[in-house]
Design a binder for this molecule. Sequence first.
Ligand SMILES: CC(C)(COP(=O)(O)OP(=O)(O)OC[C@H]1O[C@@H](n2cnc3c(N)ncnc32)[C@H](O)[C@@H]1OP(=O)(O)O)[C@@H](O)C(=O)NCCC(=O)NCCS
Length: 161
Amino acid sequence: MPHNELYVRYARLADAPAILDITTEYARQGIMLERSGDNIVENIRNFFVAEYNGEVIGCCAIAFYTLKLAEIRSLAVFNRYKMKGIGRLLVEKAESVLREEGVSEVFVLTLNSDFFKRVGYHEIQKEYFPQKIWRDCTHCPKLMACDEIAMMKKLSQTVNH
Ligand SMILES: CC(C)(COP(=O)(O)OP(=O)(O)OC[C@H]1O[C@@H](n2cnc3c(N)ncnc32)[C@H](O)[C@@H]1OP(=O)(O)O)[C@@H](O)C(=O)NCCC(=O)NCCS
C-alpha cells in the first residue's frame, strides 16, 4: 500500500493509543461514550482504523448482539480530517464485515443523526433494541437523561455463488 494513500483496515494492538486519543477528544466534549485504554485494548479486534500517511486518523468499532444484530460504535475522525469522506469509509468497512458475518440489522446511538442519515440510517425508538439498554446504558451517567438518537440500517445480504 503506498505510504500516502488513505485506507481503512482492522486495527492492530499498537493502534490502541491512537484510538484512545481520537475518542477521548470527543468523549470530553460529551459527544461520545468514553472508553478507557484498557477497554480499547480488550476490544481491539472489534476496531477498524483509517490510516493516512502512516497516521491513524479515524476509528470505529463493531459490537455483536445477536446472530442478526450488531452495533457500530466509537466512530470518530480527528477534527482536522472531518468532512473528507473518512467517516463514511469507516462505516462502509464495518458494514461489509457485518454483512459477511450474516448480520442483517445494524444500529447506532448517536448525537450526529445528520451524518448517519447521509450514510443510510433512519431513526428508531430506543426501545427497539433492549439488549443495548442492559449492556451499556445501565452504566452511563446520562441514563435518565439520554439525549442520544437511536438509528438503524438494514443490511442487504450479498448472494454467494
Ligand atoms: C461523525 C464523524 C465520524 C463523521 O466523519 P466525517 O469523516 O467527517 O464524515 P464524512 O466526510 O464521511 O461525511 C459523510 C457525509 O455525511 C455528511 N456529514 C458529516 N458530518 C456531518 C454533520 N455533522 N452534519 C451534517 N452532515 C454531515 C457529509 O457532508 C457527507 O455528506 P455527502 O454524502 O453529501 O458527501 C465525525 O464528524 C466525528 O468524528 N464526529 C465526532 C464523533 C461523533 O460524533 N461520532 C459519531 C457518534 S458515535
